[in-house]
Design a protein around this ligand. Structure first.
Ligand code: B12
Ligand code: SF4
Length: 567
C-alpha cells in the first residue's frame, strides 16, 4: 500500500461569482473547433490528431495502428451536473460553432481546452464577443493552468481545477450534491487494418471517471498539478459502494460489461478498490476494467486480486531507465509486465524521452531498455514543461524555457519538440529520438495488435479454469474473438511480414498456438478471413500513403431542461 496522504482538492477551483439568472441561464459547453489532424493557422497539427493511440502510441504502425476517437468527457460530465438548460457542442467546425452562437441566445459559453489548442480558444472567444456580446465566457481544462492566459484570450472567467463545483456555485446549485455520471462509451469510430471494428455495446467499454488529479504529484505532470498536485485529488466517488452503484447503472444503461476508467491511479485507494471487488463478487459482476496505475501501486495487489477485479488492460508509467520517480522506484518492471501479460492483462508502458539524465549518448540505451519490456503498447512522450507544473517553474527560473517564436503552444504537445533547452541534447534532436523510439518498438516487437492477441491467449490458457465462475465468464467473453477473428488477423500478419523472418517466426508460433487452442474452426477460418484482411491492410496502406486521415464527427446534445427551450 503506497504511503500517501490524500487531501480533497475541491477547493482548487477559483471562487466563482454567481450568474444573475442562476439556473435559468442558457449554457453552451464546447470543445475547440476542428479540423484537428491538419496544419492550420489556429494551431491544429497534422501530427496531433484527436486520437489517442495514433497520436502517441501506435503512431508509426501504419495500417496496424489503432484508430479511434474519444468524446470530450469533461463537457459531458459538466452537462450532467448542470441543472440549467445546457447544450454540448463537441468537435464543431469553425462554421458549426458560429451557427450555434447565432441559433440560440446563450447566456454563458464554456470552452474546454488543453494548452496546444490555445490559439483556437482565442479565436473562439473573439467570435463569441462579436456574435453574443452579452454572454459570459468561461474557459476551463488544462489550458487554465497557463499563467498570463487572460492576456492572450478575452474570457470572463478562467477556471483552474474542477469545473463541476465551479458551475454549481455559479448557477446557485448545491455544490455538495452527489456527482451524476454520464453514460457514454469510451471510444467511437474505431478502426484497425483498414476495417471499422464492431460498435456493438458488448464490444465497447463505458467511460468511468471516479476522480481527477493524482496525489503522486510527479514534477512534469499537468494532470496532477491542475488539481492541487502532490497529496491532492478531487474524488467524485469516495467509497467502493458509490463506485459500484455508478458502474452498475452505467453498465445497465449502455448494455456493456467493460469500463475504461479515467483515474490516474485507480488502484491507489486499496480499501475502496477491495470494497468494489467485494461487491462485484456479491453481485456476480464479471466486468472488464481498463485502468491506469503506477507500478508501485500495482505491486501492492496480488495477481489474483487483479484478476478477480477484472483488470484486462493497464496503462503504466515506466518513465525511464534508472528513473527516480517514486511510482517506479524499486519495481522490477520487467517481471511485473510479464506476470500481468501471463494473466491476460495487456500492458501499455509509457516512457519519457528527455528526462534530465538523458543525453544524445545514452538515449539509444534508454530506448532499448524501454522496448525490451515487450509491452503490448508503448507510449513515448517528450519531457515537456507544461504550465502549472514544478518542472515549468524550474525551467522558467533557470531561464531555459523556449519562447513562443521558437516553440509555439501548438507544438508543445509532447510529440514534436521540447519547450525548453535540454542540457544533453541539441535543438530538434528530440524529434529524431522520439521517432526512433516508436520505430524500434515496432521493429522489435511487431504490431501492438498481435501483442495484445498474444496476451489475450495467455489469459485464456491460464485462467479459463479459474475457480471463480465470474472470472471464467469474463475470460470467455474477452477471448471470444480469438478463435475466428484473431486467428484471421494473425494469419494475415504472418503473410504481410514475410520479409521479416524473426517477426514472421513469432507470428507463425502465435498462430499455431491459437490453432492448437481452438482447433478446426480456427484452422478453417484463419486463411479465409486472413486473405480478406491482408487485402484490407494493403488497401489501407495505399490510402495512408495518399495522406488519408480522419476527423471526429460533430455532436450536439441538449440536457432535459434545454430540450424545452433550445433548438
Ligand atoms: C481523454 C484525453 C484525450 C483525448 C481527448 C478527447 C477529447 N475529445 O477531448 C485524446 C486521446 C484525443 C487526447 C489527445 C491529446 N491529448 Co489528451 N488527455 C486525455 C486525458 C487522458 C483525459 C482527459 C479527461 O477526459 N479527463 C476527465 C475530465 C473530467 O477531466 P478534465 O478534462 O480535466 O476536466 C475537469 C477540469 O479540467 C474542468 N474542466 C474541463 N473543461 C472545462 C471547461 C470549463 C468551461 C470549465 C469551467 C471547467 C472545465 O472540469 C472538469 C471536471 O473536474 C488527459 C489526462 C487526464 N487524466 O486528464 C490527457 C491530457 C488532457 N491530454 C493532453 C495532451 C498533451 C494531449 C495531446 C496533445 C497529446 C499528444 N500530443 O499526444 C492530444 C491533443 C489532441 C488535439 N488535437 O487536441 C495533456 C494536456 C496537457 C496540457 N497541460 O495541456 C493531458 C493532461 C495528458 C498529460 N498529462 O499530458 N487526449
Ligand atoms: S503517477 Fe502519473 S498521473 Fe500521477 S502524478 Fe505521476 S505522472 Fe501524473
Amino acid at each position: 500500500m503506497p504511503n500517501l496522504k490524500i487531501e480533497n482538492a475541491d477547493a482548487t477551483a477559483d471562487q466563482a461569482p454567481q450568474h444573475p439568472l442562476g439556473k435559468n441561464a442558457k449554457i453552451l459547453l464546447t470543445s475547440v473547433f476542428g479540423p484537428y489532424a491538419q496544419d492550420d493557422a489556429y494551431g491544429s497539427r497534422a501530427i496531433n490528431p484527436m486520437e489517442l493511440f495514433h497520436n502517441q502510441v501506435t503512431r508509426v504502425q501504419g495500417p496496424f495502428s489503432l484508430r479511434m476517437f474519444h468524446r470530450s468527457f469533461s463537457l459531458l460530465l459538466l452537462q450532467e451536473n448542470i441543472e440549467a438548460p445546457c447544450a454540448v457542442l463537441d468537435f464543431p467546425t469553425d462554421e458549426r460553432f458560429r451557427k450555434e452562437l447565432r441559433k440560440n441566445r446563450y447566456d454563458v459559453v464554456g470552452i474546454s481546452s488543453i494548452l496546444s489548442n490555445a490559439g483556437k480558444v482565442g479565436a473562439m472567444c473573439a467570435l463569441i464577443r462579436r456574435i453574443l456580446p452579452d454572454a459570459k465566457i468561461v474557459v476551463g481544462g488544462h489550458l487554465a493552468n497557463l499563467s498570463g492566459l487572460s492576456d492572450i484570450i478575452d474570457a470572463d472567467f478562467i477556471v483552474k481545477g474542477d469545473g463541476i463545483r465551479w458551475f454549481r456555485e455559479y448557477l446557485g446549485q448545491n455544490p455538495e450534491a452527489p456527482i451524476r455520471h454520464p453514460a457514454v462509451f469510451s471510444g467511437f469510430g474505431s478502426r484497425v487494418l483498414g476495417i471499422q471494428t464492431s460498435s456493438k455495446p458488448r464490444d465497447l467499454a463505458a467511460a468511468l471517471i471516479p476522480s481527477v488529479g493524482c496525489p503522486m504529484g510527479c514534477n512534469f505532470c499537468s494532470t496532477s498539478h491542475l488539481f492541487g498536485g502532490k497529496g491532492k485529488l478531487v474524488e467524485f466517488y469516495k467509497t467502493g459502494d458509490e463506485l459500484f452503484w455508478v458502474m452498475d447503472s452505467i453498465a445497465k444503461k449502455l448494455k456493456t460489461e467493460s469500463f475504461f476508467i479515467l483515474d490516474e491511479n485507480f488502484l491507489a485507494c486499496r480499501p475502496k478498490v477491495l470494497r468494489l471487488l467485494q461487491l462485484m463478487e456479491e453481485y456476480e459482476k464479471s466486468w472488464s476494467l481498463y485502468i491506469f496505475s503506477s507500478a508501485h501501486v500495482i505491486r501492492s495487489y496480488s495477481m489474483d486480486e487483479l484478476v478477480r477485479l477484472g483488470v484486462r488492460w493497464l496503462w503504466m508509467g515506466i518513465e525511464g531507465k534508472g528513473s527516480s520517480y517514486e511510482k517506479v522506484r524499486g519495481a522490477d518492471t520487467f517481471g511485473l509486465v510479464r506476470g500481468l501479460q501471463e494473466n491476460g492483462i495487456s500492458v501499455l508502458g509509457s516512457t519519457i524521452i528527455g528526462l534530465e539524465e538523458h543525453s544524445e549518448e545514452n538515449l539509444g540505451e534508454v530506448i532499448d531498455w524501454a522496448v525490451s519490456h515487450r509491452t503490448d503498447f508503448h507510449q513515448f512522450m517528450l519531457y515537456t514543461a507544461l504550465p502549472g507544473t514544478p518542472l515549468h517553474r524550474e525551467k522558467e527560473s533557470e531561464g531555459s524555457l523556449l519562447n513562443q517564436d521558437d516553440v509555439p503552444f501548438a507544438d508543445s504537445h509532447g510529440q514534436y519538440r521540447f519547450n525548453h533547452r535540454h542540457a544533453g541534447m541539441g535543438p530538434g534532436k528530440e524529434t529524431e529520438f522520439l521517432l526512433k523510439a516508436f520505430r524500434r518498438d515496432f521493429d522489435r516487437n511487431g504490431p501492438s495488435l498481435a501483442r495484445m492477441i498474444s496476451t489475450l491467449l495467455s489469459g485464456y490458457r491460464n485462467l479459463r479454469h479459474h475457480p471463480s465462475a465470474r472470472v471464467r465468464k469474463r475470460i470467455l467473453r474477452e477471448s471470444a474473438p480469438l478463435a475466428v477473428d484473431y486467428a484471421g488477423v494473425i494469419w494475415a500478419l504472418k503473410e504481410y511480414f514475410k520479409g521479416q523472418p524473426e517477426l514472421r517466426f513469432k507470428l507463425y508460433g502465435l498462430l499455431e498456438e491459437i490453432l492448437e487452442a481452438f482447433g478446426r474452426v480456427s484452422r478453417i477460418s484463419a486463411p479465409i478471413l486472413g486473405t480478406i484482411l491482408l487485402s484490407a491492410i494493403k488497401k489501407e496502406e495505399r490510402r495512408l500513403k495518399r495522406g488519408w486521415t480522419y476527423e471526429p464527427p460533430c455532436f450536439f446534445e441538449l440536457n432535459a431542461t434545454a430540450k424545452k427551450i433550445l433548438r
